[in-house]
Design a binder for this molecule. Structure first.
Ligand SMILES: NC(=O)c1ccc[n+]([C@@H]2O[C@H](COP(=O)([O-])OP(=O)(O)OC[C@H]3O[C@@H](n4cnc5c(N)ncnc54)[C@H](OP(=O)(O)O)[C@@H]3O)[C@@H](O)[C@H]2O)c1
Length: 334
């Protein structure tokens, strides 16, 4: 089959379309013909080899995928599934890890996956829409609802809101009735964030987000408000300690990643004096993925698609994401 492959970690230049052995379904598995896959923030990190995860080599990138069942493994109980069914599997496999991280990715024509990972695509949802959802929208759904328990009326600052998880958070929080402040690193990106429902935007290429929050909403004071109720921060690095200065008393900061560094300095004084809460949110469940597929089917959610491209453009698309020139998701149709 045709696949996008890298033989060693390091440079995006090492990614090429080449012939690769087709996957073989074991007992309990199916093989999916990939109709669409998409690129996520972890793809540049996996290609660079900077995550600390054990990525097998040679490796195929991309974790999300949507397609059709084309084969069942030997003695696999069909469990109500048939050849040709349209599916968007949950890409995390028990004992193997995440598709595109520690197991072969989906930037190719065929993927093997356990039948227990299958999730049906509603008729009204296209392969392109479905493939944009699991990692970005599934993660955002868990972060906003399950872990963050973010409520209508809360003021929420989203850092790096232009990415896949970030645009999903902007959409979910504005439809929940939150006051959304979204950051991005270019004017054209901020225009898009306002279209998606952000009431306030901060251009981090020109503005300091901490002083902008203090100017707009007041400096947080234990006895007198100010700041924001929640910071969504999967950027880490220098933004971590700075974010603590934006949180209102009893505010919470929620993270699911660390695009700019996972071991940043912090400032514990703000955590105790303002009685702040730091929350982690990791991945998402099948119910989160089903919920966002259903929302797209009913028209209450429209995934933000930056571009739809062929397999040959995976390397250029990963480079574009790493260069921070994307808003939302790049979807690949093999
Ligand atoms: N734990 C989990 O299960 C899970 C699941 C999904 C994602 N994640 C993590 O969540 C984060 C976001 O994922 P994503 O797929 O949405 O990524 P993405 O599409 O690349 O978006 C991240 C955004 O952050 C900003 N950014 C990127 N690199 C940065 C840097 N070095 N310093 C400051 N800002 C930077 C960029 O916006 P601007 O240039 O506009 O600021 C970019 O649009 C990643 O760290 C990813 O690994 C974790």
């Amino acid at each position: 089959m045709r696949a996008v492959v890298f033989h060693e970690t390091g440079s995006i230049d090492g990614l090429h379309v080449e012939e690769f052995a087709e996957p073989v379904a074991g007992t309990g598995d199916v093989v999916i013909r990939v109709r669409a896959t998409s690129i996520n923030g972890f793809d540049p990190m996996i290609v660079a080899g900077s995550t600390g995860l054990k990525t097998p080599l040679p490796m195929i990138p991309c974790g999300d995928f949507a397609g059709d069942i084309v084969a069942f493994g030997p003695d696999t109980e069909p469990a109500g599934w048939s050849i040709g069914d349209r599916v968007c599997p949950h890409p995390f496999v028990l004992g193997e890890g995440m598709t595109g991280e520690t197991r072969l990715g989906a930037a190719c024509e065929l993927v093997r996956i356990p039948i227990s990972n299958l999730i049906r695509i509603p008729d009204a949802v296209s392969y392109v829409q479905a493939a944009s959802l699991p990692i970005a929208y599934g993660t955002a759904h868990r972060l906003v609802h399950t872990r963050g328990k973010i409520r209508s009326g809360e003021r929420v600052l989203i850092l790096g809101a232009t990415g896949g998880v970030g645009t999903a958070c902007v959409q979910m929080l504005s439809s929940l009735g939150c006051e959304v402040i979204a950051t991005g690193s270019a004017d054209w990106k901020l225009d898009k964030l306002r279209e998606l429902g952000a009431q306030h935007t901060i251009d981090t290429s020109k503005q300091d987000f901490v002083s902008t929050i203090h100017e707009k909403f007041g400096k947080p004071r234990m006895m007198g408000g100010g700041g924001v109720d929640v910071v969504v921060n999967y950027i880490g690095g220098d933004t971590w300690a700075q974010s603590l200065r934006c949180l209102a008393p009893h505010g919470r900061m929620i993270t699911c990643g660390a695009s700019a560094g996972y071991a940043p300095p912090t400032d514990i004084r703000f955590i105790w004096t303002m009685e702040q809460t730091i929350l982690g949110s990791n991945g998402w469940g099948a119910s989160d993925q089903q919920a966002v597929l259903e929302q797209v089917a009913t028209g209450s959610l429209e995934p933000v698609i930056h571009a739809v491209r062929p397999l040959e453009q995976v390397a250029a698309s990963i480079a574009e994401l790493a260069d921070r020139n994307v808003v939302g998701k790049i979807v690949i149709t093999p």
